[in-house]
Design a protein around this ligand. Structure first.
Ligand SMILES: [Mn+2]
Length: 283
């Protein structure tokens, strides 16, 4: 019998979920997934006669495919903290812990698999990092994420590193390497920010550097709205960051994107990107 675990491959919360799955069941088959990737392929992969259970953490499929999974003969357990996905699937009867307040994917998954046990320190750090709960740990969290991003290239290296951290509480060397990586990244951000176009308190910058960090740099420099974009294949990937004066989610929604008040994202054709720039008064 085989257990599958589909996890969000795009950030440390998802990697941490994979590490928890591995700690819980060493023979689990881990399946990385990010939004927009092939869901049918994964459904075919897990839908076997010897499947014992299918878990999914910190990510979700389309409504139709979630429905399909929930009707398969094996248990399907979905752990998530993304409000919009939870609302979308609300009439499906799916097992698993889901909550969008205070929780990240990793903390919910821990609660699901180890209801009696306190989560290890790394899970608490990644949880806070994922939901922007900023306190004294913030710099350590950013450093650990940078360490994973810059020093652990492949997904399995990232997952195995977090797996080894489940019994760790200091992370001294990793934090100092992570801080070094962050200071190099900050220098790159500062250099690229000199190319920003600034008009009516809106900053426009073409860069594929970490949008969260670029955004907070531009907002600190005095913008009300930071628009960070780059070409990804034939589309323009746009990240919006605001200090609260402009509702990023509402703006993104008009163009088929989504997110929160202070941070949102959109994927646009170059033609629609021009349209978007005109709308915000930059063209
Ligand atoms: Mn998450």
């Amino acid at each position: 019998m085989r257990t599958y675990a589909i996890y969000h491959s795009a950030d440390s919360d998802g990697w941490c979920c994979a590490a928890i799955f591995k700690a819980f069941n060493e023979s689990v088959t881990l399946i990385p997934f990010n939004y927009g990737e092939d869901e049918t392929y994964i459904i075919d992969l897990v839908n076997k006669s010897d499947t014992e259970a299918v878990y999914m953490a910190d990510v979700s499929f389309s409504y139709q495919n979630m429905k399909k999974l929930s009707m398969m003969p094996y248990p399907f357990i979905w752990i998530d903290h993304h409000k919009s996905a939870m609302e979308q699937m609300s009439n499906l009867n799916i097992l698993g812990y889901r909550s969008f307040s205070q929780h990240a994917g990793c903390s919910l998954l821990w609660k699901q698999l180890y209801p009696e046990k306190e989560p290890p320190p790394i899970i608490e750090l990644i949880r806070k990092g994922d939901i922007y709960e900023i306190d004294n740990d913030w710099q350590r969290i950013e450093a650990l994420k940078a360490y994973l991003t810059f020093f652990k290239k492949t997904l399995s290296e990232k997952v195995d590193t977090i797996y080894s951290w489940l019994n760790e509480s200091q992370f001294k060397q990793e934090i100092s390497l992570g801080l070094l990586a962050l200071s190099i990244e900050d220098a790159l951000i500062e250099m690229s920010a000199t190319n920003a176009i600034i008009k009516n308190n809106i900053c426009l910058l073409n860069t594929s550097l970490n949008a969260a960090r670029v955004g907070s740099y531009l907002l600190t420099a005095g913008c009300d709205l930071a628009i960070i974009y780059y070409m990804r294949r034939e589309n323009v990937k746009v990240s919006l960051r605001s200090n609260g004066a402009i509702d990023c989610a509402a703006l993104a929604k008009e163009y088929g994107g989504g997110g929160h008040m202070n941070a949102a994202g959109i994927n646009l054709s170059s033609e629609m990107f021009n349209n978007f720039l005109t709308k915000v008064g930059l063209l």
